[in-house]
Design a binder for this molecule. Structure first.
Ligand code: SAM
Ligand code: SF4
Length: 455
């Protein structure tokens, strides 16, 4: 089947699988504050002393709204919000510490947003130093943060480096002025060059750029130009995201352009193919959906050694069993269950003031969920999975195989006796392949829009 026919057939709404079950399919009645606490305690007791834990700190503030953005953010210029926010986040951390008998062994710390570099250097330092006093550090700890090229300063980079940060990712998206105007994000190559160079000079070992294909007005020439510029800076990692157009979730946020300004289907796929082709030619390795890394980077090595993991932060080389997300809207994962914090600043702060974990919703994974989750993780992280072992078989495997046969006919998977492999040229359809395993979605087809298009 020619590629464009495949795209027409498979370009359907589908999750990005940062979790299984995906958030809209969580059974919210399956968990409450007490069972969530039991679940994190169990996970902590099982894994803290060996693997350590991950912490994700959500810092939601941004000074202005980029109109393509699907992240949980809070637009404000009021920097006086920083201190109360950090105090609340630290109070939340104290509530978690009360659940543990031992000091947490911190393996991974990530500051995401919103825009972590919205915060004053001193405030970030205070927040991280306070947390570091309460934990031991794993010998292979890794600290990373998301920086906005327009407000990351040398001081931010140096202070965070002094605290142990060695990885930074910068939002770049696209260098075209027309696109930047449409998405309300003015940002010059010079700024990106400066922040990249400063990070390198200071000693950061892994610098990542976020690029997006499928933005309004984006053409093949924009992709070529953006990747040529990216080549000059040679970041160790590149996230090459598919633009997720989700105005029904993000409401008035995703505006400044019309739906007809957004490249779709075949046109969008061509943007991806051009970007991927150029990145591979530059020596990057495709290390999972949307992600590329230089062969020397730890993500490439982890991909080769099948040691990568995917969670709400995206791909990571640090597979921990317990990830605690602190801050407004942050998601946590105890392996046995998920939870998400209140999504508005006020509700989040009110709950912490009352001394309760600010949980909005969660999900306790069933035995079946746990098996399917492993298959989906395998597919997303290694482009293959296997049900050789009994602990990877689930009741509805024959039905799942039936759905996979259809994908096999179209050349998107190769099914052997008890394993499945995604050929190189079908990697763009990885979300569709995961959907064949997603029994929660199969059993309960959505009748409203939940997800962006897969292609
Ligand atoms: C929290 S932001 C990055 C940090 C910082 N706020 C910035 O903008 O530079 C994380 C990344 O998510 C990606 N992103 C946000 N909205 C998206 C969307 N609708 N579709 C695809 N990627 C998106 C962007 O590439 C963005 O750089
Ligand atoms: S892309 Fe970054 S700076 Fe822009 S609104 Fe989203 S989180 Fe904020």
């Amino acid at each position: 089947m020619p590629n464009s026919t495949l795209i027409q057939k498979y370009n359907v709404p589908g999750p990005r699988y940062t979790s299984y079950p995906t958030v809209p399919y969580w059974n919210e009645d399956s968990i409450d504050e007490n069972s969530w606490k039991q679940s994190i305690k169990k996970s902590f007791d099982e894994s803290n002393s060996s693997k350590g834990i991950s912490l994700y700190l959500h810092l939601p503030f941004c000074e202005s709204l980029c109109t393509f953005c699907a992240c949980h953010k809070y637009i404000t210029k009021r920097h006086e919000l920083e201190t109360p926010y950090i105090e609340t986040l630290l109070a939340e951390w104290q509530l978690y510490l009360q659940q543990f008998d031992k000091k947490p062994l911190l393996k991974e710390l990530h500051l995401g947003g919103g825009t972590p570099t919205f915060f004053e250097v001193e405030n970030l330092e205070l927040m991280i130093k306070t947390i570091l006093k309460t934990v031991d550090l794993h010998r292979d700890f890794e600290f990373s943060f998301e920086g906005h090229p327009n407000n990351t300063t040398k001081e931010h980079l140096q202070a965070l480096y002094n605290l142990g940060f060695t990885r930074v990712s910068y939002g770049v998206q696209d260098y075209s002025e027309k696109i930047q105007k449409a998405i309300n994000r003015k940002q010059s190559f010079e700024d990106v060059k400066n922040v990249t160079q400063w990070a390198r000079d200071i000693g950061y070992t892994s610098i990542s750029h976020d690029l997006i294909f499928g933005l309004p007005f984006q053409t093949i020439n924009d992709i070529i130009d953006t990747i040529k510029k990216t080549k000059e800076l040679k970041p160790e990692r590149i996230s090459f995201y598919s633009y997720a157009h989700v105005p029904w979730i993000k409401g008035v946020g995703q505006r400044g352009f019309k739906d007809s300004d957004i490249p779709n289907g075949d046109a969008k796929r061509k943007l991806y193919e051009m970007g991927k082709h150029m990145l591979l030619n530059l020596g990057y390795i495709e290390t999972g959906m949307d992600h590329f890394a230089l062969p020397t980077d730890s993500l490439s090595r982890a991909f080769k050694d099948a040691n990568m993991h995917r969670n709400f932060m995206g791909y990571t080389t640090n597979p921990t069993q317990l990830m605690i997300g602190l801050g407004m809207s942050a998601i946590s994962d105890s392996w046995y269950s998920f939870s998400q914090n209140e999504k508005t600043l006020k509700a989040y702060q009110d709950q912490i003031e009352k001394g309760v974990l600010p949980l909005l919703k969660g999900h306790l994974l069933t035995e079946e969920d746990l098996i399917i989750r492993k298959h989906i993780l395998n597919i997303m992280c290694h482009f293959k999975t296997s049900w050789k072992n009994d602990n990877m078989k689930f009741k509805e495997l024959p039905e799942t195989l039936g759905r996979l046969k259809e994908l096999e006919k179209d050349g998107l998977v190769v099914i052997l006796d008890d394993e499945l492999i995604i050929p190189e040229n079908a990697r763009a359809f990885v979300r569709n392949i995961c959907m064949a395993f997603d029994l929660r979605m199969v059993r309960n087809k959505p009748n409203t829009k939940l997800f962006s298009l897969t292609v």
